[in-house]
Ligand binder design. Structure first.
Ligand code: KG4
Ligand code: ZN
Length: 376
């Protein structure tokens, strides 16, 4: 898509994106917001697997060790040098503070040394942008708005509505665990390893999703009506507890384990599909985007695709390489900020949480506008 360069920035601007919000150290070179020249990811999964979850201080130490080699590898793979980079984008929120601090200090130091601008990026917004990296034409298609983003990861389970003017509004979120967390915790209960999402996805393929009846959180089951204010919200703590009771004292053989995984996965994913479709109808969405690590899930991809086809709704499934944490989504999104001159000072903060008001996601709108006031 030929996108106008906008404020004070040449077309073809090369951005170095860096991601260090959780347990992946990643760097990517992205030109023009969508041409990914390289995307390098160093995962710490093995380190944290021993603890069954991410330990923030360990993650920070690993980022510190890996960040220079990862950036160097990204430059090498892209066939460019640091001198070619015209701006930096770094995940600044939400995430684990010690992990974020490493990436932000590094990116700001590099930007200052090179004399180029740097912008802090909302990781959640980055996941949504990941759906569009290979499809900038869908971003430009005004007929796609409002877009319903289904952002499902280890940290988020959210339905976000994106208007044509870039305004983003959270219409539903989880009241307790995120969907990825529900899968990771289930895998821990079942003694399957970490992270649980991909393992459950694989084992569930040989199982019967109707074998066990696990509760569907905030869907009105068991005679408990859903409070209207939680119509588009999620809750995964009940399904986890019911798994705990369902397998208590049992020695599961392979067949039984596959059935448990399939039924548990279906209980989590069916809720996501049902609520996404309900929200798409209610808010008149024209395009649904599925993104975030859990968007790799084969059951979720197939069932959301089926539901969208039935409802004649367009669907954009983020490619798996841009579902889990990566820096291409950060570098690509950074271009939309930097081309408007929306850079940050070296004293810009990092934050553990998403802001209550998501503000404007500039990648969705054409016109350069005033940068909304501070989001953190
Ligand atoms: O987006 P991501 O890499 O990190 C966060 O921002 O949280 O998402 C990681 C989550 C983990 O909970 C992991 O279990 C889940 O994504 N995940 C999956 C699959 N692949 C990764 N969940 C279900 N099925 C998968 N195939
Ligand atoms: Zn993520």
């Amino acid at each position: 898509m030929p996108v106008d360069a906008g404020v004070g920035v040449s077309a073809g601007m090369l951005v170095l994106g860096i991601e260090s919000s959780c347990d992946e150290t990643a760097a990517a070179l992205v030109r023009d917001g969508h041409e990914v020249l390289s995307s390098v990811i160093s995962s710490q999964i093995k380190l944290h697997a021993a603890y069954g979850g991410v330990i923030p201080e360990l993650a920070a130490r690993e980022h510190l060790k890996n960040i220079t080699p990862v950036v160097e590898a990204a430059l090498r793979e892209a066939g460019v040098s640091m001198g070619d980079v015209e701006g930096l984008a770094i995940t600044s929120h939400p995430g684990l503070i010690p992990a974020l601090l490493v990436g932000n200090a590094y990116a700001k130091g590099l930007a200052a040394a090179q004399g180029v601008p740097v912008v802090g990026i909302n990781h959640f917004e980055g996941h949504l942008y990941g759906s569009f990296l290979e499809h900038p034409e869908e971003l430009a298609d005004r007929g796609n708005y409002p877009v319903l983003g289904v952002v499902v990861s280890g940290g988020h389970t959210a339905l976000v509505l994106l208007e044509a003017d870039g305004r983003a509004r959270m219409v539903g979120t989880t009241l307790d665990d995120a969907a990825g967390e529900a899968l990771d915790k289930a895998a821990k209960i079942l003694g399957l390893g970490y992270p649980g999402g991909p393992i459950i996805d694989r084992l569930a393929r040989n199982g019967d999703p109707r074998r066990h009846k696990f509760p569907h959180g905030l869907c009105g089951g068991g005679g408990r009506p859903v409070p209207p204010e939680h119509r588009f919200d999620f809750s995964f703590s009940g399904v986890k507890t019911s798994l705990l009771y369902a397998i208590k004292g049992l020695e599961l053989n392979d067949r039984e384990l596959a059935d448990v995984c399939a039924s548990y996965q279906a209980a989590c994913m069916d809720v996501l599909v049902a609520k996404a479709m309900d929200a798409a109808r209610r808010f008149g969405a024209r395009l649904v985007c599925l993104c975030g690590g859990v968007a790799c899930n084969s059951y979720l991809r197939a069932h959301l695709a089926e539901a969208c086809a039935d409802a004649s709704l367009k669907l954009l499934l983020a490619p798996p390489k841009y579902c889990t944490d990566n820096a291409a989504m950060i570098g690509g999104l950074g271009w939309h900020y930097l081309r408007r001159g929306w850079a940050d000072g070296l004293d810009a903060p990092v934050a553990a949480r998403l802001p209550a008001d998501l503000g404007v996601f500039p990648f969705a709108c054409d016109a350069p506008q005033e940068r909304p006031s501070a989001v953190l």
